[in-house]
Unconditional design. Sequence first.
Length: 161
Amino acid sequence: MLSMIAAESENHVIGKDNQLIWRIPTDTAYFKKTTLGHAIIMGRKTFDSIQKALPKRRNLVVSRDPMLKIPGAEVFTSLELAIAACDPQEESFIVGGGELYREGLKFADRIYLTKVHTFIEGDSYFPELPKGEWKLLSNIPHKANDQDEFDFSFLIYERLG
């Protein structure tokens, strides 16, 4: 199963200048818990923003540079090659950025989407889900608090059919 996991604002923004634009530790913990032990696929810019392979996960990085070497990660020249390298019996995750989300949407079976209830400026976006293709399985709202900067909801979508 191929899943995507992301956090987006109400206007679909996921980042600016290759960085996250909010502080929501509850979402960070959710990301870790959800992806731990699984393959994660990310673009090279997303890897650069993280600056290291994420522990206890198989890190697959998509880059146009076939000579790129990254300690602790496997490099692929296309999203399709990275997906093909994953075990089809296990859940794998596309974890960003915007370009990979747009490209990966057609392959995804499930989407773990943290909806951050704010409108914010950015330069990287999560794609709008095509109507009629996705079913909302769960919606768990959370209020802003001392640690989490904005109200947000954990949404899980599954592809219809």
